[in-house]
Design a binder for this molecule. Structure first.
Ligand SMILES: *[C@@H]1O[C@H](CO)[C@@H](O)[C@H](O)[C@H]1NC(C)=O
Ligand SMILES: *[C@@H]1O[C@H](CO)[C@@H](O)[C@H](O)[C@H]1NC(C)=O
Ligand SMILES: *[C@@H]1O[C@H](CO)[C@@H](O)[C@H](O)[C@H]1NC(C)=O
Ligand SMILES: *[C@@H]1O[C@H](CO)[C@@H](O)[C@H](O)[C@H]1NC(C)=O
Length: 245
């Protein structure tokens, strides 16, 4: 009786243990489905503007599909709500739908990059918006664990790692990263004119914008004016030189 009781007990104990060990491998990988970028950002807080733009431009869907399908992973430089509200008023409204898509895609790198990996990346990084020195260059410099991102228009340190899981990395930036393609389409005047005057003129033309936040419209209007001014200065210069001879 005693023996039988003990035997039954140990049997049930064995059953319990084996069911426990069997259950463990099943629950460990926890198949929670593909990572959802908007859910990650919502959980982090302070990214309502970014989430809204990602949804409006359908970049959120794109990213979720990439996270589900690609082994490369994704890295996102996520501007906070404060970053968006410190843009020059009207900046976002002045953009076309396509420019909004590009602006958001500019903040996304189509591979997972950990903080240490930033030390060995090749500049400029390829963003979802495209690459190319003159359109969407995004450069990263590091100093120890400090990562600094620059666009040729503005720059921002990585303020914080919001999320990282080996596939998706989300880094907080306190500025909206401004790509050249959208915020400064005009190239410097090619004329070898006495640079000072052309530069000064350009500053005046861009004066209302104060900083690099010039909208595409501003630049479009100031661009040709700068070129004309530089050409005029150059012509005057040539005239003086010509008379001198
Ligand atoms: C991702 O998360 C957001 C917010 O939690 C939710 O509204 C959306 O339906 C989710 N998308 C997918 C594909 O699960
Ligand atoms: C993820 O990818 C798999 C395989 O391609 C597909 O069957 C599944 O529907 C995808 N899930 C989502 C949420 O897109
Ligand atoms: C970030 O990079 C820019 C451009 O390379 C530089 O002007 C700026 O000083 C750097 N900022 C930091 C915090 O390293
Ligand atoms: C980015 O880095 C490349 C390669 O070092 C350099 O040629 C380019 O001028 C840099 N651009 C900006 C915007 O810092």
């Amino acid at each position: 009786m005693d023996f039988g009781h003990a035997f039954a007990l140990s049997l049930s104990l064995i059953a319990l243990l084996s069911s426990a060990t069997l259950a463990q491998p099943a629950s460990a990988p926890a198949p929670t489905g593909p990572t959802n970028i908007t859910a990650v950002l919502e959980k982090a807080g302070q990214y309502t503007m970014l989430i809204r733009l990602m949804k409006a431009t359908q970049v959120a869907d794109q990213m979720n599909q990439q996270l589900n399908n690609s082994a490369q992973g994704l890295t996102i430089f996520a501007p906070t709500d404060n970053a968006f509200s410190s843009l020059k008023p009207g900046t976002l409204n002045s953009l076309t739908d396509q420019q909004k898509v590009s602006l958001i895609q500019f903040h996304i790198i189509p591979s997972f990059i950990s903080v240490p990996q930033f030390q060995t990346v090749t500049n400029p990084l390829r963003t979802q918006a495209g690459s190319g020195e003159d359109q969407f260059p995004l450069n990263v410099t590091t100093s120890g664990n400090q990562v600094n991102v620059s666009t040729g228009i503005n720059d921002a340190p990585v303020a914080n790692t919001v999320y990282t899981d080996g596939q998706l990395a989300v880094y907080q930036v306190d500025k909206v990263l401004l790509p050249i393609a959208i915020f400064r389409p005009a190239v410097p005047a090619p004329a070898p004119a006495p640079g000072g005057k052309a530069k000064k003129k350009k500053k005046e033309a861009g004066a209302p914008a104060t900083d690099a936040d010039a909208t595409a419209d501003d630049s479009a209007t100031s661009g040709p004016a700068v070129g004309t001014a530089a050409a005029a200065v150059f012509a005057a210069f040539m005239l003086v030189v010509g008379q001198g001879l």
